[in-house]
Design a protein around this ligand. Structure first.
Ligand code: SAM
Ligand code: SF4
Length: 477
């Protein structure tokens, strides 16, 4: 199937019957698990069939083997680095009626807003003051926030400063559009374009999306084809877990990744794995149709990690602190921190710090599981010896799309990402951290550098870290 025919034929790469059969296979034997995990350790990814078998694991001993391999692969490719970002909601008006979302058109009780450029500027300054450098900008789908408005919002966000720094990467999560729209986003210097399929099951999709432009399954399924045709190098896919059988959804994500790899020679940059959370005005969000237990969630993260080793996995603050900390080990590479899902919340909170939490959450898309601020998240990451990273080096050096994958494939990602991550971490510690976080963070950086056995890298890092100490900023390889 050529690219041109894909636009309205989303089911081409999702064969519902095939995925249904694969998601009901019998569990693999112990020797089958060993063979699949050995194949996974070659770091070339797994087939759909192998992935389907791993998803069937129920036996605790086999599950431990899977988790162990996921951890090994994560450490081999990414080291102990976690990229941090904040979502920036600029509008919650929406013409769609997604049954799971607080922003759905029929939720008349929600306080609605589309931020002005001045308000967006204030939001970004508040995020910068917390120490953020990377944002994910999103909004509902409404005639009140057309592409012109969104492009202006990107410019506003990139040009804001808190006097010390500015935002270095804006990723975008907005409704699907035509190829020419993506060309405009590309010209605005966005990073990754993200869009979740929600559910890969076309029958369920229809039920959950009764009206509005989003009701078209095929148009959404082919959005990344149009994004890549429009010149976007990095795309992020995702499924909203809880809407369908999680095994089916993971296989759908895999098929999507294979499809992009086949047509464009480059798979998705990231996979997001949101779980359905309670949302005001959404009946199904409090009676999750296909609940995913914490155990199954851990398993599916590990399966994605071993099956798509070079694809970043994003975990948001929908999840609790405890589950997030555990999942870092099994494959998560990017997390949001200090998030709010109601437009205008960051600057509002800095002004009204003592407000009751109900008021702070008015107009939210869904409720959050992790309420820590950025400093608290970073402090906890330091305790686990993770390097919190705000790095944007690859993207700004042009190591994106195919080039990023070529770099990632031999496992070189660590050589750039670890030092660059440590540089941004040190900037954060010196410019924004609390005293306690700063002290233990600086000690962790010293420890990491001292333990390096590559002499040249150690010298290079020591030199840059001392330049940062002297006030230099934004250094990356
Ligand atoms: N409106 C655009 C769209 O739907 O693609 C932009 C993204 S929307 C603001 C962000 C994502 O939030 C959705 O794709 C959906 O997966 C997720 N979401 C919606 N309701 C949710 C809920 N109750 N719990 C968790 N995630 C939810
Ligand atoms: Fe609108 Fe997106 Fe929410 Fe659907 S998920 S109601 S499209 S904001």
């Amino acid at each position: 199937m050529g690219k041109k025919n894909l636009k309205n034929s989303g089911e081409v790469f999702i064969d519902r019957d095939k995925l249904f059969d694969l998601s009901h296979k019998s569990p693999p034997s112990s020797s089958e698990v060993d063979a699949i995990l050995n194949r996974a350790l070659r770091l070339k990814g797994l087939s759909l069939e192998d992935t389907a078998l791993l998803l069937q694991i129920e036996d605790p001993a086999e599950l431990q083997k899977l988790l162990h391999t996921a951890r090994e692969i994560k450490e081999l490719i990414y080291g102990k680095r976690l990229v941090l970002f904040a979502p920036l909601y600029i509008g919650n008006k929406c013409s769609n009626n997604c049954l799971y979302c607080g922003f759905r058109r029929d939720n008349k009780a929600l306080a609605r807003a589309v931020l002005t450029q001045e308000q967006i500027h204030s939001e970004v300054v508040s995020l910068l003051k917390e120490g953020h450098k990377r944002v994910l900008m999103l909004c509902g789908e409404s005639v009140e926030n057309p592409l012109d408005y969104f492009v202006e919002a990107i410019d506003t966000a990139y040009s804001a400063s808190d006097g010390k720094s500015s935002i270095r990467r804006i990723n975008v999560e907005i409704a699907p559009m035509e190829t020419k729209g993506f060309a405009r986003l590309k010209a605005s210097k966005i990073g990754t374009y993200i869009c979740f399929q929600e559910t890969y099951d076309p029958v369920l999709y229809k039920e959950y999306h009764p009206s509005g432009p989003k009701a078209d399954y095929a148009y959404r399924l082919t959005v990344m084809d149009r994004a890549m045709e429009g010149g976007i190098d990095d795309v992020g896919i995702g499924a909203l877990f809880g809407l369908g059988d999680y095994k089916f959804e993971v296989l759908g994500l895999m098929e999507h990744a294979f499809h992009l790899e086949k047509v464009f020679g480059c798979g998705p940059h990231t996979v997001s794995i949101p779980r359905l959370m309670p949302a005001e005005g959404s009946a199904i969000s409090s009676h999750v149709p296909y609940p995913v237990s914490d155990e199954d969630f851990k398993k599916l993260v590990a399966v994605i990690r071993v099956a798509l080793p070079y694809t970043g996995i994003i975990l948001s603050t929908r999840e609790s602190e405890a589950i997030r900390t555990e999942l870092f080990h099994y494959g998560i590479s990017q997390i949001s921190a200090g998030s709010r899902t109601n437009p205008g919340a960051y600057s509002h909170e800095q002004v009204h710090q003592n407000e009751h939490s109900d008021q702070k959450e008015a107009g939210s898309q869904f409720s959050l599981g992790d309420h820590r601020n950025l400093d608290e998240v970073i402090s906890d990451l330091i305790d686990e010896e993770y390097i919190p990273s705000f790095c944007t080096g690859c993207y700004r050096k042009g190591r994106v799309g195919h080039d990023f994958m070529d770099l990632a494939k031999p496992g070189l990602i660590k050589e750039f990402c670890m030092p660059n991550g440590a540089f941004t971490f040190k900037e954060y510690l010196l410019d924004y951290a609390s005293q306690a976080t700063r002290e233990k963070g600086l000690k962790l950086i010293d420890k990491i550098v001292n333990e390096l056995d590559q002499k040249a890298l150690k010298e290079k890092m020591t030199k840059v870290l001392s330049e940062i100490e002297k006030g230099k900023r934004d250094i990356y390889f």
